[in-house]
Design a protein around this ligand. Structure first.
Ligand code: GLC
Length: 700
């Protein structure tokens, strides 16, 4: 529909009809035949009001969408179609690895493909908008939602967020197999104090601009259509009622002109924060801040019209908000086709075959090999194996945000291994432990339940349950050739696991094809290539622990670490057990012939990767910088470049990377981002402990 038609449509709407477009409800409000439902009564909503709402959240099938859309349009005064939104986080019915696993691939092309395929499946079920990607930068593994994140680094986060948006939205939303993306949660939600979900956040403007905004900027620059406000406070005011945050930072500084949607009931929760006296006040605070869609509460439904009539909220704001919603529906082609060719999508079964194959491939690229002592991996076909542990035959492999995923159809670890070998003993209880003695290697499958992670899944401990550690110690008594496979959604304290195993494969929640992907990696059919997107601490007492910690006045180093008055712990080391960017391959790829060419306003680093093994490999090369003198305290090192490089068996590859002022610009106390002349140390390697390779004397 042409823009002027949209303007004419807007003109026709009453104030009540305009506000209706800003209301979002669940499918339970609509039922066959459209009679009054329980939820409608509970929300004191009339049928007229119901058939004025703008969007629906959380449908599951295309039949449900078709029924709701057709019933709605029969009753709609102006024929404005509903928009259908859902949480398509890492797949819809076919589930891919959790986002933290996808981030471990350090490969934006993998993330983009996952998003594209998720959109293909979700749109075949009638979904138009996904509440993804999540751009929250995270530093605290106690927070259950780290599993939905891209980890602790701003560059990795921004790079992958761009890929998600491009994958979901494709070249045009008129393509019925694309989804409109909603980047979330704006902003700072991952910094919840104590790692406790929904807790207070208090970060400086510098940290906000330097670390948290880049990923949202990347999403907006990639054309993301919606931004979701977060539950937490920023500068002491909840984001959902924060006018400075939404108008000066999001609309002005980031130049966002799409739809701003609240999080689930976050408008209403302004009352719980005690920054709003009641629902009317909460409505005023959220609308005044610029929230356009009120997700799943009746605050806008019951109070926004009155606030406009009383002149407290301008009709100009309402018109802008409604136009953003109508424009999005228009971008999706809903006015021309409210069903978006729903009956022309490929059959579910055909989509599923393609997506499962891709889920297996992507999962195998998202696992991180943390230990491989005495090259116990890859497994050999002739190896006599035993498999033991609570995750050995579990289907709980999809992760916490896999609503529609078919858990019981996920491929278990035992099924994956049995597809490769028959030489495997399934050891399930104590009187079978003796069998462990007579096999070559023992695979111990450990990890978390999906319910221990995700939203509302915060924990004070990040070690595995004691019974799992005790089981590992028991197995160790019978056979020390132990390979631990981990199914989990957060960095864990693996101190004891490391002591009683020779190999550790971090598999995360790998999704529908988990067992097959794990077996592919264990047998070397896929050379592991994942890297940690989040540091694994030695103890929860170190948290928050990231590689890019700021310099301090008394940093510990090789010369002062025995002194008392330096920044250290008395009972543990400062460093991570496994650092950001770390991960092994089966190929032991090396970096050589490193050359730094300092050209003043830019620098080039040339290097050669050598793969001495008989296996093709992928290695993630990482370049970090340390700006030696700055106006504000800056990190000990910052990732400024990474690339996943394919190197054939026995081959070498020459590579090059160039850094400019853009890469070293940082926010100064006045919140202006710029680079200073000065010395920049350069670190090049295969993880965040990369060695110093030289300096760049930057001069503008
Ligand atoms: C939840 C989450 C958000 C999700 C929304 C809709 O509370 O915070 O990430 O997209 O509600 O389900």
């Amino acid at each position: 529909m042409k823009k002027e038609k949209l303007d004419q449509l807007l003109e026709k709407l009453s104030l009540e009809e305009k506000v209706g477009q800003l209301v979002q409800l669940g499918p339970m409000f609509f039922s066959e035949g459209g009679e009054i439902t329980g939820p409608m009564q509970a929300m004191d909503m009339t049928k007229t009001e119901l058939y004025q709402i703008g969007s629906v959240l959380g449908t599951h099938t295309k039949e449900e969408v078709k029924n709701i859309q057709s019933t709605y349009l029969e009753h709609s005064a102006h024929g404005i179609p509903l928009m259908f939104m859902a949480d398509v986080i890492h797949g819809y019915e076919t589930i891919f690895p959790i986002p933290l696993a996808l981030a471990s691939s350090f490969d934006p092309s993998i993330v983009k493909e996952m998003a594209r395929l998720s959109a293909k499946e979700a749109t075949s079920a009638g979904v138009h908008v996904t509440f993804s990607p999540m751009a929250d930068l995270v530093r605290d593994p106690r927070w259950g939602r780290v599993l939905e994140s891209n980890g602790e680094d701003p560059l990795l986060n921004a790079t992958l967020i761009k890929a998600y948006v491009e994958g979901y939205q494709g070249d045009s939303l008129l393509d019925p197999e694309t989804l409109a993306a909603c980047v979330k949660h704006f902003i700072g939600y991952g910094e919840a104090e104590g790692g406790r979900d929904y807790n207070t956040v208090d970060i400086s403007d510098l940290v906000l601009y330097q670390n948290h905004l880049p990923a949202f900027k990347a999403a907006i620059d990639a054309g993301v259509k919606l931004v979701m406000t977060s539950f937490n406070t920023i500068r002491g005011i909840p984001a959902t009622g924060n006018r400075w945050l939404l108008q000066e930072v999001l609309r002005r500084d980031l130049n966002f002109d799409g739809v701003i949607i609240s999080d689930w009931a976050s408008v209403h929760e302004l009352i719980n924060h005690r920054v709003a006296a009641d629902k009317r006040d909460a409505t005023f605070k959220a609308a005044n801040a610029g929230v356009e869609i009120d997700m799943m509460t009746d605050n806008y439904q019951h109070h926004l019209v009155d606030l406009v009539k009383e002149g407290l909220i301008s009709e100009e704001f309402i018109n802008q908000a409604v136009m953003h919603v109508l424009q999005l529906k228009n971008d999706l082609g809903l006015f021309e086709d409210p069903y978006r060719s729903l009956d022309k999508h490929p059959e579910k079964e055909i989509i599923e075959v393609e997506l499962r194959a891709e889920s297996r491939r992507i999962a195998s690229q998202s696992m991180v090999l943390l230990e491989n002592q005495q090259a116990i991996l890859p497994l050999q076909k002739e190896d006599q194996l035993a498999l033991i542990g609570p995750l050995a035959e579990s289907h709980d492999l999809l992760g916490a945000w896999s609503w529609i995923g078919k858990t019981e159809q996920s491929v278990t670890i035992s099924e994956g291994l049995l597809s490769k070998t028959k030489q495997i003993e399934m050891v399930k209880d104590r009187h079978d432990y003796v069998k462990l003695k007579y096999v070559d290697k023992v695979i111990v499958a450990l990890g978390e339940h999906s319910e221990e992670t995700g939203e509302g899944g915060s924990k004070t401990e990040i070690t595995l349950p004691q019974e799992q550690i005790d089981l590992l110690k028991e197995v160790y008594k019978w056979n020390q050739n132990i390979i631990v496979v981990l199914i989990n959604g957060r960095p864990l304290d693996l101190t004891e696991i490391k002591m009683y195993s020779r190999a550790i494969l971090e598999a995360w929640f790998p999704g529908s094809e988990a067992g097959n992907a794990i077996a592919d990696v264990l047998y070397g059919d896929v050379n592991p290539s994942g890297k940690l997107p989040m540091s694994f601490p030695r103890s929860v007492g170190q948290v928050p622990l990231t590689y890019n910690m700021m310099s301090t006045g008394r940093a510990i180093n090789e010369y002062n670490h025995t002194q008392k008055y330096v920044s250290k712990y008395l009972d543990n080391e400062n460093t991570a057990l496994y650092p950001f960017g770390y991960g092994l391959t089966y190929s032991n790829v090396k970096l050589s012939e490193v050359e730094v060419i300092d050209k003043g306003d830019n620098v080039t680093v040339n290097y050669t990767l050598i793969n001495p093994s008989m296996l093709d490999a992928q290695e993630v090369v990482q370049l970090y910088v340390k700006d030696m003198v700055t106006e504000v305290a800056r990190p000990e090192r910052e990732l400024k470049y990474f690339e996943k490089v394919f190197i054939s068996a026995g081959a070498s590859k020459k590579c090059s990377v160039n850094l400019t002022s853009e890469d070293i610009a940082y926010y100064h106390p006045d919140l202006i981002k710029k680079a200073d002349d000065g010395t920049i140390e350069l670190y090049l390697g295969l993880d965040s402990q990369a060695p110093l390779i030289g300096s760049w004397h930057y001069k503008a």
